[in-house]
Each structure stands twice: as C-alpha cells, then as structure tokens.
Design a protein around this ligand. Structure first.
Ligand SMILES: NC(=O)c1ccc[n+]([C@@H]2O[C@H](COP(=O)([O-])OP(=O)(O)OC[C@H]3O[C@@H](n4cnc5c(N)ncnc54)[C@H](OP(=O)(O)O)[C@@H]3O)[C@@H](O)[C@H]2O)c1
Length: 248
C-alpha cells in the first residue's frame, strides 16, 4: 500500500545539517525524491550522493534563502528535473539569541532575513507551481519559541511567531487550490543550531541545555513524514513537540 510519500517531489531548505538533513534521509528511505537547498554545497552534494547511492533520487543545489532568485531557482529546478513539486519544506533558520540590550543588530537582521523572509521566498517559489498543479503541501518550521517568549530570545521568538502567523494566513488562502499547509514547532532537538549563538555566556547555557535535554533529529523527520503521509483530504495544520523532559 502507498505511504503517500513514495514518488513525491520534496524540496527542503536548510538540508545541509540538522533537521533538514535528517528529513531528507527519512523521506528518501520512504522513497520520496528530495531536492536539497542550503549554502554549504559540499555537504549537500555529499548527502545527495549518499541517498542516490542507496537507490534514492536526490538533487543538490547551493541556495541562500535570503536571495529570492536562488530560492526560485531551487524550486524551478525541482519542477524542470522531476516534473512537479509536491512538498516545500521551509526549514532553513538560525538562532543567535541574545538580550536586546546587547544590540546585536546585525544578528537581528540576519534572523529576520533567513527565518522570516527565507520562508516567504520559499512560499513565493512554490505557490505558482502548486496552484497550477491544484495540489501541494507547504511545511514551515517554527519552534516552541513561536509559542513562548523568554528573556534573551525576543528576536528569535518574534521570527518564529511570524512563521506561525504566515502559516495560518497561508492555510486559509490556499483552500481553493487543494494545497495543504503544516507548521511544525519543535522543542530542543540536537543539531548545529546553538552554534549560531555568538554571545559566549548565552552560547554556554544553550549548549548545556541542549546536552541535557535535546532529542535526536529523526523526531522532527517523523513528524514531517506523519503530515505528508496522511490521505490527501487530511490536512495536518500544526505540530508542536518537545523532549519529554523539557519544561519551557
Ligand atoms: N534544533 C532545534 O532545537 C530547533 C528547535 C525549534 C526550531 N528549530 C528550527 O529548525 C530549523 C532547522 O534548524 P536546525 O536545528 O536543523 O539547525 P542547523 O543544524 O543549524 O541547520 C540550519 C540549516 O539552515 C541552513 N541555513 C542557514 N542560513 C541559511 C541561508 N541563508 N540560506 C540557506 N540555508 C541556510 C543551514 O545551511 P547552510 O549553513 O549550509 O546554509 C542548515 O542547513 C530552523 O528554522 C530552526 O529555527 C530548531
């Protein structure tokens, strides 16, 4: 019986590490075709080689999600190569947390550019194809920080609240086109994400928190697979999950 994943063409941003990489592996094992975007092309190529070596279909393309032409090129390449785009996973993101009073304004800009505008560019690149196909699935990655704000994490939380708001607006707007929308909000998952924190004291406490609490990245990949694998008339709109031990 089909798992409703097999044969689907899935574009994943931020596929060079962490959640995106784990999702590419998992969906490829479920026989999806994966189209991988991120800036570190060497890592993408290595992953695509590994997946195709195991009999999967994978395409790697260097993509900076802050450049809308590059995101469009990634999705267009999926359509040119495989004929369609079934799922767009807007996953690329970074989390350089710090208290506002430290004025890490360049990092605020970067989070807004990648975590919000990158998601919008992904929606813009996929939507025309999905409208034409009269089918598709857009999966955006928010966070527990999209539901809760803590001191020292205001800008990151603001970007992840924005992803929730965009996803809900998108959900309502794409009904006529038979497009499904899912926003996934993970808690602490073991990835390279804390490495994006530049303030030494903040980085130290996040690394300790992740060492103590974080769960493996395939937790996220299974959530993605759950949403995609539902029958076409079932739209899983929101998933929020945490490590069982995580309080916040
Ligand atoms: N891990 C967690 O605990 C957790 C919890 C909640 C939400 N999230 C969210 O999950 C998503 C994935 O993060 P992760 O945990 O997997 O962290 P990660 O291991 O650091 O991965 C981040 C990915 O985003 C990519 N990326 C960063 N800037 C980019 C840009 N300008 N253009 C294209 N790709 C870019 C990175 O690739 P390159 O550097 O190669 O470009 C990398 O593949 C993020 O949106 C994050 O906010 C993670």
């Amino acid at each position: 019986m089909s798992n409703n994943i097999e044969g689907k063409v899935v574009v994943i941003t931020g596929a060079s590490s962490g959640l995106g990489e784990a999702t590419a592996r998992h969906l490829s094992e479920e026989r999806a075709t994966v189209v991988l975007g991120a800036r570190r092309a060497d890592r993408l190529r290595f992953l695509a080689g590994e997946l195709t070596g195991r009999g999967g279909k994978a395409l790697a393309m260097a993509t900076d999600v802050t450049q809308r032409d590059q995101v469009k090129r990634l999705v267009d390449a999926a359509v040119q190569t495989y004929g369609r785009v079934d799922v767009m996973i807007n996953n690329a993101g970074l989390m350089p947390q710090s208290p506002l009073e430290r004025l890490r304004i360049d990092e605020w800009d970067r989070m807004i550019d990648v975590n919000i505008k990158g998601v919008l560019y992904g929606i813009a690149a996929a939507l025309p194809h999905m409208k034409q196909q009269k089918s598709g699935h857009i999966i955006n990655v928010s966070s527990v920080a999209g539901h809760k704000v803590h001191a020292g994490g205001a800008v990151y939380a603001a970007t992840k609240h924005a992803v929730l708001a965009l996803s809900e607006g998108l959900r309502q707007e794409v009904k006529p086109y038979n497009i499904r929308t899912t926003v996934i909000s993970p808690g602490a998952v073991a990835t390279e994400l804390p490495d994006s924190i530049s303030e030494p004291d903040v980085a130290e406490s996040f690394h300790k928190f992740y060492e103590d609490f974080a769960i493996p990245a395939d937790s996220f990949a299974r959530a993605v697979a759950f949403a995609i694998s539902q029958p076409d008339e079932v739209d899983i709109n929101e998933i929020l999950f945490r490590p069982t031990r995580q309080e916040l």
